[in-house]
Design a protein around this ligand. Structure first.
Ligand SMILES: Cc1cc2nc3c(=O)[nH]c(=O)nc-3n(C[C@H](O)[C@H](O)[C@H](O)COP(=O)(O)O)c2cc1C
Length: 323
């Protein structure tokens, strides 16, 4: 019957993100001190059918441990079979009950499950009795403002054998708009004894500290705040330990990512998307990003990023002319 949630070495965890949390990105986040990394959500049905693209999403790096796999699906049997098939490679099996995308909810998976707390409970119960790894779930606060049932679901999930619960403080209806409501996350924390992982709008080390102090959650998931900036985990850890942190060069982070991306032979389009993220918000980034979008191959992409790095270095270390 399942098992308990491991004690993690950081309060900040890398949230699952489709198209972002590939093995290279997760490994870099881990190197920068993320307490836990999650694969992007992978269809249980696709895994049992041996879908190649889905199986590629299940690659992990040895340094990632502990690492979580996030599964989704409407068929409990498929998700249970998939979990059994892959459990040896992961430390935690997480079920997605939060995705608001139409193509997912129309099949009854992701956040559509919030409409059916009994099914979530059944899911967790079946999974927890089928695998030897801790089973967790990630939910939203509810379907909409009139149907905020995160507390009810958390209690049912705990009774069914969940080892921890992640709560994104937005409703399905909100998608990514508005603000995450951390008061719901606090209510969940007060209602259950399993670890609660808060999520939503955490973009800085200060946000992590504030949310933990306000709600007493055990951990915090960071998603958008880590895109193009996995070093945020080092900053969070430094800040929680010493009260200060340093900014970390994003271009340097990109080249670190690139080494891992090459190791794992990630497709060029994925590397290019990451390159866009690592250069977002940098001074003069419009031109760099234009160059990235025009790059047709890795060599061209590296040239653009290298030129950007040289420019930053020249700015930081002005050339002293010798008379
Ligand atoms: C590009 C992108 C992809 C996402 N994919 C997933 C996913 O596969 N599984 C999941 O549970 N949540 C997914 N999410 C939601 C995030 O994990 C997180 O719950 C949400 O972005 C709120 O956290 P944030 O405010 O720190 O971004 C995704 C979010 C983004 C931006």
């Amino acid at each position: 019957m399942g098992s308990s949630f491991p004690k993690l070495t950081s309060k900040a965890l890398l949230s699952p993100m489709a198209g972002v949390t590939d093995v290279a990105f997760r490994t870099l986040a881990k190197q920068y001190g993320a307490g836990l990394t999650y694969t992007e959500f992978v269809s249980g049905t696709a895994i049992v059918r041996g879908n190649e693209k889905s199986l590629l999403m299940l690659r992990t790096d040895l340094i990632e441990k502990p690492v979580a796999v996030q599964l989704f699906g409407n068929s409990v049997q498929d998700v249970v079979d998939a979990a059994r098939q892959i459990e040896d490679d992961f430390d935690i099996i997480d079920i997605n009950c939060g995705c608001p995308a139409w193509k997912v909810i129309k099949t009854g998976s992701g956040s559509a499950l919030l409409n059916n707390p009994e099914k979530i409970s059944f899911f967790i119960n079946k999974l927890a009795s089928a695998v030897n790894k801790p089973v967790t779930l990630k939910i939203r606060s509810g379907i909409d403002e009139q149907h905020m049932n995160a507390v009810e679901i958390a209690k049912l999930a705990e009774d069914a054998g969940a080892a921890a619960i992640g709560v994104h403080g937005r409703t399905q209806k909100q998608g990514y708009s508005g603000k995450a409501d951390w008061s719901v996350i606090k209510q969940v924390k007060e209602a259950v004894s399993i670890p609660v992982i808060g999520n939503g709008d955490v973009f800085s080390p200060e946000d992590v500290k504030k949310r933990i102090e306000e709600t007493r959650v055990d951990y915090v998931l960071i998603a958008r705040g880590a895109i193009g900036n996995p070093a945020i985990f080092q900053q969070v850890n430094d800040y929680l330990k010493t009260g200060t942190y340093e900014s970390i060069d994003k271009i340097k982070q990109f080249f670190e990512f690139l080494e891992l991306a090459k190791k794992y032979e990630l497709p060029f389009n994925i590397i290019k998307t990451h390159a866009m993220s690592f250069t977002k918000g940098l001074e003069g980034s419009a031109r760099v990003r234009e160059g990235i979008s025009r790059a047709d191959n890795l060599k061209e992409l590296i040239n653009v990023l290298q030129a950007c790095r040289n420019q930053v270095q020249m700015k930081n270390y002005p050339v002293i002319s010798v008379q």
